[in-house]
Every structure is written in C-alpha cells, then in structure tokens.
Ligand binder design. Structure first.
Ligand SMILES: CC(C)(COP(=O)(O)OP(=O)(O)OC[C@H]1O[C@@H](n2cnc3c(N)ncnc32)[C@H](O)[C@@H]1OP(=O)(O)O)[C@@H](O)C(=O)NCCC(=O)NCCS
Length: 177
C-alpha cells in the first residue's frame, strides 16, 4: 500500500504539537468513542484528552518522543509516536504508541504510512528494536502483522475496554537489525 496522495506525514516539534492539541484530542476522542482500548474509558472527556496530549508535548520538548501527524489539507487525520527508551542498557530500543487514525480516514493506508514514518525515524536514530502492544481484538493487530511485526504473546485482562470489559494486550516486536 502506498501513502494516499492527499496525505502528508509530518514530524511535529513541540510548538507544532502544542498547536495540534485540539485536533489530536479529537482523534483520541473518536477512537475511544469507537470502542478502541487506547488508555481511556468512555467516561473520559475533552479535558482528559487535552491533558494527555499536553504530556506528550512535554515528552517531545524533552526529546524523549517523536510525534507524527498525518495531514490531509489543513486537517490532522492521524497520529503515532516513537518513544525513545532512555535506559542506559537499552540504547537500541524504542516503542511505538498511540497509533490513531480518525474513523473518517481509515482503510486508506494512513496507519501504514504512520508506521513506516516511525520505523524510518527509528532507523535514523539507530534504534533497531521496536516494541508495541495493542488490543488483542483490535484492527491494528492485523495491520502490524501485515507490516512484518512479530507477535510475542497476549496478556489476558491487561487493560479495560472503554465500556469496562476486560481487554487482553498483544505484544509485538520488530527487529530492524
Ligand atoms: C489501527 C488503525 C490505526 C489503522 O489505521 P488505518 O489508517 O485504517 O490503517 P491502514 O489503512 O494503513 O491499514 C488498515 C489495516 O488495518 C486493519 N484493519 C482495519 N480495519 C479493520 C477491521 N475492521 N477488521 C480487521 N482489520 C482491520 C487491516 O489490516 C487493514 O489492512 P487491509 O485494509 O489491507 O486489510 C485505525 O483503525 C485506528 O485508529 N483504530 C483505533 C485506534 C487503535 O486501535 N489504534 C491502535 C493502538 S496500538
């Protein structure tokens, strides 16, 4: 799949990320409303999502997270993060987190394009072991398999779905070495 012609994948600096908080909060709200297990419950609201992204902006400013946005015209329709692990004994590892595409823009290759951008940034930063986890029943599991990620296993009851049901998390890794 190639990146849709109307989509640009951008790496946001802290100022750009700050400006994008309303759009990013909207994408997170859309994912939770759609039943995705992405760290929030259905009783969370706009202030919670904005607070989450404010924390991400701080991580970007500190150089610990690389934040990507998928733009279509003036709109941000998707996002992903590459979290650089700061531990002295893991200089080669990074985690991918919060891969989110607004429901109006899904199944067009935006998620794949975000994953490719994160992987390229990891290679450029000499991070050659990538890790992520995702809802065992979510759409992302198939996407990650298709992109060459290896399933390490599923931990039952790892998190909750937005409506309170149990949700297992499937852990993946991709060895770029
Ligand atoms: C997972 C997600 C990011 C994919 O974004 P996307 O832009 O639709 O991704 P792409 O178009 O690049 O690829 C879509 C792939 O996702 C998978 N997928 C999407 N919807 C699916 C569904 N209803 N059932 C099964 N697989 C599905 C498939 O592998 C699909 O590829 P295919 O069309 O070749 O079968 C998006 O569905 C999303 O934001 N979901 C909610 C949040 C979430 O769960 N994020 C993952 C957190 S780790």
């Amino acid at each position: 799949m190639t990146t849709p012609h109307d989509i640009a994948i951008l790496r946001l600096d802290a100022a750009e990320a700050q400006e994008a908080i309303p759009a990013l909060a909207d994408i997170l709200a859309d994912a939770v409303a759609g039943g995705a297990s992405v760290g929030f419950m259905d009783w969370n609201g706009p202030a919670d999502y904005a607070a989450f992204w404010t924390g991400v902006v701080a991580e970007v400013a500190a150089g610990r997270t690389i934040l990507f946005a998928a733009r279509s015209g003036e709109d941000i329709v998707g996002t992903a993060q590459l979290q650089l692990i700061g531990k002295p004994n893991q200089p080669h590892r990074a985690e991918i987190a919060k891969v989110l595409v607004h429901s109006r823009a899904r199944r067009r290759g935006v998620g794949e394009a975000l994953m490719q951008a994160a992987e390229m940034a990891a290679r450029q930063g000499n991070r050659d072991l990538l890790v992520l986890d995702t809802d065992e029943n979510g759409a992302a599991r198939r996407l990650y398999r298709r992109l060459g990620w290896t399933e390490a296993g599923t931990i039952p009851r790892y998190a909750l779905m937005p409506d309170g049901r149990d949700c297992g998390s499937t852990f993946f890794y991709k060895d770029l070495a």
